[in-house]
Design a protein around this ligand. Structure first.
Ligand code: HEC
Ligand code: HEC
Length: 228
C-alpha cells in the first residue's frame, strides 16, 4: 500500500511539473511570495495593507516588456517610501523623511532569467477588457505645460515625484512611468483607478479625455527627458 501511495504521489508531482514550464517555476518559487500572479485584487483594506509587492496578474496589459526585462536586472526604487508609505516614514522637524533603513532592495535576476520572467509576465493579461488598444494618441506636449497640469491644476505632484527627491512620497515615481507603463493602460488607469484596484489610494480626479491624453503625453516626454 505504501509503495502504491508513493508511486501515486510521484506520478501526480511529475504531471504537474510537466504542465508548468521552467519560467513559471521561477515566478512561483521566487516571486509569488510577494506578488499576486493570479488575482483577484485585494478586496479589503486588510488585504491591501498585507500586499507585499504590486499585483502582477495583469502585467501583460500594464508594463512594457523591455522595461520589465531591464528593471529586473537592475531594479531601481519606484515607490520612494516602499509599498506602504506609512511603514517607512518618520517625521523630523515637522517634515516627512523616508526611513531608508527599513526599505529592502528588490531581488535582481541575470539577463537570461530576466528575459524569461518578462516573457512569462507579459502573458498575464487579466483586465484586458479595461483597456482600449490604441486609445492613447501621441501628441505635442512641452515639459513646462505638462508640469503645470500635473502640479498646479491636478495636484498630482503632492503624491508623485517627477524627479528624484522632488514631489510626493506616497505614490510610485512618475519620471520613469513613460518607460514602465503601456500608454493605453495609463489612460485607462487614470480614468478610473478603482476599476483596477478598488481599495487603492490613487484618487479618481474625473479627468476629461483631453486631460487624460495630455497627462499621458506629459509622462511620455518626462520619461524621454529623464532617460531610464
Ligand atoms: C520580498 C518581496 C518581493 C519579491 C520576492 C519579489 N518582489 Fe517584485 N516587487 C516587490 C516590491 C515591494 C516592489 C515595488 C518596488 C518599488 O516600488 O520600488 C516590486 C516591484 C516589482 C516589479 C515592478 C512593478 C511595479 O509596478 O513596481 C516587477 C516587474 C517585479 N517586482 C517582478 C518581480 C519578479 C519577476 C520577482 C521574482 C523573480 C519578484 N518581483 C520578486 C517585492 C518583491
Ligand atoms: C493622494 C495621493 C495621490 C494623488 C493626488 C495622485 N496619485 Fe497617482 N497614485 C497614488 C498612489 C498611492 C498610487 C499607487 C496605487 C497603488 O499601487 O495601489 C498611484 C498610482 C498612479 C499611477 C500608476 C503608476 C504605477 O506605476 O502603477 C499613475 C500613472 C498615477 N498615479 C498618476 C497620477 C496623476 C496623473 C495624478 C494627478 C491627476 C495622480 N496620480 C494623483 C497616489 C496619488
Amino acid at each position: 500500500m505504501r509503495v502504491i501511495n508513493t508511486l501515486l504521489i510521484v506520478t501526480v508531482m511529475g504531471l504537474s511539473a510537466g504542465i508548468a514550464t521552467a519560467d513559471d517555476d521561477l515566478l512561483q518559487s521566487q516571486c509569488a511570495s510577494c506578488h499576486n500572479l493570479t488575482g483577484p485584487v485585494p478586496a479589503t483594506l486588510k488585504a491591501l495593507w498585507e500586499r507585499k509587492g504590486p499585483d502582477l496578474f495583469y502585467a501583460g496589459v500594464k508594463y512594457k516588456a523591455d522595461w520589465i526585462e531591464q528593471w529586473l536586472q537592475k531594479p531601481a526604487r519606484i515607490r520612494p517610501a516602499g509599498m506602504f508609505y506609512a511603514d517607512h516614514i518618520r517625521t523630523e522637524n515637522g517634515a516627512d523623511v523616508i526611513d531608508t533603513a527599513t526599505l529592502t532592495a528588490h531581488p535582481s535576476l541575470n539577463a537570461e532569467q530576466a528575459r524569461a520572467a518578462a516573457a512569462t509576465l507579459m502573458k498575464l493579461k487579466a483586465n484586458s477588457d479595461l483597456v482600449k488598444p490604441g486609445e492613447f494618441k501621441s501628441g505635442p506636449m512641452s515639459l513646462a505645460s505638462g508640469e503645470m497640469l500635473f502640479d498646479k491644476f491636478k495636484g498630482c505632484l503632492a503624491c508623485h515625484e517627477i524627479e528624484p527627491g522632488y514631489g510626493g512620497l506616497s505614490g510610485p515615481e512618475m519620471y520613469s512611468a513613460g518607460h514602465r507603463l503601456q500608454e493605453d493602460y495609463t489612460v485607462s488607469y487614470l480614468r478610473n483607478p478603482q476599476a483596477w484596484d478598488p481599495k487603492g489610494y490613487m484618487p479618481n480626479r474625473h479627468l476629461s479625455d483631453t486631460d487624460l491624453q495630455k497627462l499621458v503625453n506629459y509622462l511620455r516626454v518626462l520619461a524621454e527627458e529623464s532617460k531610464p
